[in-house]
Structure formats: structure tokens, C-alpha cells
Design a protein around this ligand. Sequence first.
Ligand code: COA
Length: 258
Amino acid sequence: MGDSVLFEQSGRVAILTINRPDKMNALSEGVRADVLAALDRIAEDDGIGVVVLTGAGEKAFIAGADIGEFAGRSPFDQRHAMRSPRIFDVMASYPKPVIAMINGYCLGGGCELAMSCDIRVASDKASFGQPEINLGLIPGGSGTQRMPRLVGSGQAMRLILSGDRIAAAEAAQIGLVDLVIPHEELRAKTLELAARIASKSPLTLKVAKEAVRAADRLPIEEGLLYERDLFCLCFSSADKEEGVRAFLDKRPAAWTGR
Ligand code: COA
């Protein structure tokens, strides 16, 4: 694993920590490459069911793209820097659930990365925003597309056009964040949630994530048909047989991920 991303494992939960606290964990090319490499490795590891993404230090989750890399850069160089695979898309289609544990500033590309995760859990000290407008830019890591889907067009316009920063409580109120936790309890409570999710069948988690993600792109009629097909597909798994049998036998299920 590269130096800019720290890896820890707690049971079936992997914790990835972006480790540039002196630069507010800004997403440089190197950080993005290290995150992608870590995700690649974790995807193949059957011992890990859930990924938690967070930032090192007391102040920032991620304060956006590394602004230093933008100065003097040509459009072609920028296009190269934005080549696929992009962490935002990899996160959204990742085969395991990813929880953003937002411990501080969650700005620009950091907010876009959080929005690409499946669940956002924030410290009550965290703050959120898309300040690219102040740099003569617009969000380029999926913010103009993911934010309106999460919070509606009006709130997305307000944040993207003004560059205003909002506190965690307001972010939760508009649906940008799913849970707000007192800062001191953030890690413990997030890891509890992650462990609960990681105790489910990995196979079923993958299918559930795929079904919910489809709601981002499919019209409701097609989404409902897709859900029905995926639901029926679950009937081919050993874990469905085990889950139903365990309920009827009044015992905990023992998942095999098959
Ligand atoms: N890219 C590169 N460096 C960044 C950065 C970013 N997105 N965000 C913060 N840093 C660096 C600062 O340049 C500073 O570096 P230095 O110590 O070498 O001067 C260091 O991180 C600390 O930041 P600082 O601004 O001194 O801390 P602060 O507590 O006063 O403010 C923020 C924190 C996050 C509000 C402020 O740094 C900020 O507005 N960052 C930019 C956010 C942004 O526009 N993101 C969108 C990018 S597209």
C-alpha cells in the first residue's frame, strides 16, 4: 500500500485512511492511485466485507483535489489526469459496501468522493461544500451529477453556485449525509455499523448494492423489473437457503457467500 493511504483491518472491516493531514488530505494523483490500488487489493480479499474511508488528522476528511496540481496545467494534461478508472466511479460500482467516515472538512473532490460512497457518516464537526466556483472551476468528480440526485436540484445549485460551506447538521437535513455522530464517538459508531453490515452474506450485500445503485440510472419501471430479477437471482444462492432455513430453525445464519 502506498504511503498516502493507511490500511487497517478490524474483523471483516477495512479502514482506509487518506494520510496527508498537513495538506488537508487533498486528493493528489498519487493519493488517487494509492486509493485505487488499495481498493483493487481489498476487492479480492474474501476476509473483508465492508470498506470504511476516512481522513487522517483532526481537521479534514478530504479538502478536495490537490489545487497545486491545477496551476498552469493544459486541458490535455488535465484530461490525462482524469483518465479512467476514476476513484468516484470505482467507489460507486465497488463490489463491497463503502462507508465514508467524515471526520472534518469534506470539500470539492472530497465531497464528491463521499457522495460516491454508499453511506455517509459524519462527525458533528464536519463541514461540506463544493468550493470549485471560487477557483473558476466546476465540480469535475461527479458532483454536478451525484449531488442533485442526493439532495435535489435546488440545494445542489445553491451549494455548487455559491461555493458555501455547510455544517454536518444542515448536510443531514438536506440528505447529503446519512448520520451525524458526536465527534468523539465517530469511529466507534461507524465501525459498529460497518461490522453489522459486514456480518451479512457478502454475496447478498453485493446484489443489494447493485439493485439500489440501479435507481440512479434506471426509470422506475425498469428499476422495478431489475429488482425483481435480482430478487429471484438470490433464490439460486446457498445463502438464501441458509438464511431462510436459519430463520425457520430459530438460529443465526452461517453465511458462506455462495
Ligand atoms: N489542495 C492542495 N492543498 C490544500 C488543499 C487542497 N485542496 N486544501 C488545503 N491545502 C493545504 C493548504 O494549502 C495548506 O498548505 P500549506 O500549509 O503548505 O500552506 C494546508 O493544506 C493547510 O490548509 P489551510 O488553508 O492553511 O488550513 P485552514 O484550516 O485555514 O483551512 C480549508 C482549511 C480546507 C478551509 C482550506 O484549506 C481550503 O479552503 N482548502 C481548499 C478547499 C477547496 O477549494 N477544495 C476544492 C478543490 S477543487
